[in-house]
Design a protein around this ligand. Structure first.
Ligand SMILES: Cc1cc2nc3c(=O)[nH]c(=O)nc-3n(C[C@H](O)[C@H](O)[C@H](O)COP(=O)(O)OP(=O)(O)OC[C@H]3O[C@@H](n4cnc5c(N)ncnc54)[C@H](O)[C@@H]3O)c2cc1C
Length: 339
């Protein structure tokens, strides 16, 4: 069977199915796994003309746990060393909900969780699937008019809803319409390297007002690179602010976010390099289909999982994928018995 998407949902679904002995092939349009569990390699040149590479976690700041099943997964990651706890030092005036929060940070970078989940699974990168064609031999995946792999008995979509919708349209119009309307929140994200001198002594701020939702000191996170003289920052704008300024130029957004950071610090910041990234679909606004944590159509061998079905965040994506994997295993057993 084929899984489209190698973020938290696709990778954990693939692992569950592979462990159950099913043959799985994963496709992703990116050059590697992770999806929104993302880390950017930022290449820049310093004042002395030296080329520098800085890695900044511009996707999920970390994994937090609400339920027992995901907790067991997190503990497994800690045991094997690909997750570490981060107890950030909170800036004064930060939103109190985070006072005691523990964030579980993938080590050495955010995609590591998905890399681990996919070890031993067959993967194809840089492959944007744009059509699912039903043939007598099974599902044929296509990218830019070319068939990708052999036909498969089932195809599972683990994509943000806006990207799943066009693929679902010809086969499950009801799901496609639902996915197209699923509200996702955007997030403008700033990644920057500033002078260490003058940096505050806290490592995470959640301001109560203004454009910034989060500002974290990336190089204070477990397993991250520390460079003398540099402070690495990642800022996430609030969803409302990001939506309001979604079509603004990156230059304008960068200026606004840097001004907000200077205001938070109480002084000008000596930036050495900075850039912004626009996440159009960062987090689900609310559950799009309450009660259904995944979609599965056994008659067609077509399924969907992801955070927009399982609940906001990485935990929701993981839960949705586990539930879909269980349904697919039951279906595969039934199909084998009937044969
Ligand atoms: C800025 C930001 C902040 C966040 N903050 C938090 C937080 O604090 N806590 C939390 O729990 N979660 C947070 N999240 C959300 C969390 O990252 C997601 O809920 C989770 O990673 C979603 O996983 P997924 O597998 O459902 O989707 P994704 O990670 O989006 O994976 C989808 C994959 O599908 C691929 N793809 C898309 N279209 C195609 C195609 N046509 N063909 C092939 N591949 C395709 C993409 O490249 C991607 O790899 C945040 C996300 C962002 C971006």
């Amino acid at each position: 069977m084929a899984i489209i998407g190698a973020g938290m949902a696709g990778a954990s679904c693939a692992q569950a199915l592979a462990q159950a002995g099913l043959a799985v092939q994963v496709f992703d349009k990116a050059r590697g796994p992770g999806g929104r569990l993302a880390t950017r390699r930022m290449a820049w040149v310093d004042g002395a003309g030296q080329p520098i590479e800085t890695r900044l976690d511009h996707g999920t700041p970390g994994l937090s746990v609400q339920g027992g099943a995901f907790d067991a997964f997190i503990r497994q990651g800690q045991r094997f060393g690909w997750l570490a706890q981060w107890h950030p030092v909170l800036a004064e005036g930060s939103e109190p909900a985070l006072q005691d929060a523990v964030l579980h940070v993938p080590v050495p970078d955010n995609p590591e969780v998905c890399r681990q989940l996919l070890s031993g699974v067959s993967t194809t990168w840089s492959c944007a699937i744009d059509q699912l064609r039903w043939t007598p031999a099974g599902w044929q995946l296509e990218a830019a008019g070319e068939a990708q792999g052999a036909p498969v008995d089932a195809v599972l979509l683990a994509l943000p809803p806006a990207q799943a919708a066009p693929l679902l349209g010809p086969h499950r119009n009801d799901w496609s319409r639902h996915a197209a309307l699923a509200p996702m929140q955007p997030c403008w994200t700033l990644m920057g390297v500033a002078a260490e001198q003058g940096a505050p002594d806290w490592t995470l701020a959640r301001p109560a007002a203004g454009p910034l939702a989060w500002l974290m000191r990336n190089d204070a996170r477990p397993g991250r690179q520390r460079v003398p003289g540099q402070a690495h920052w990642v800022a996430h704008a609030r969803a409302g602010w990001s939506r309001q300024h979604l079509e603004q130029s990156p230059e304008w957004v960068q200026q606004q976010l840097q001004a907000a950071i200077a205001e938070l610090f109480g002084h000008a910041v000596a930036w050495q390099h900075a850039t912004v990234h626009r996440w159009r679909y960062a987090t689900p606004q609310r559950l799009s289909a309450p009660g259904a944590s995944f979609w599965w159509d056994g008659a067609q061998g077509l399924g969907v999982c992801g955070d927009f079905l399982g609940g906001a965040g990485a935990e929701g994506a993981w839960l949705s994928a586990q539930s879909l994997a269980e349904a697919v295993q039951r279906w595969a057993r039934g199909t084998a018995e009937a044969a």
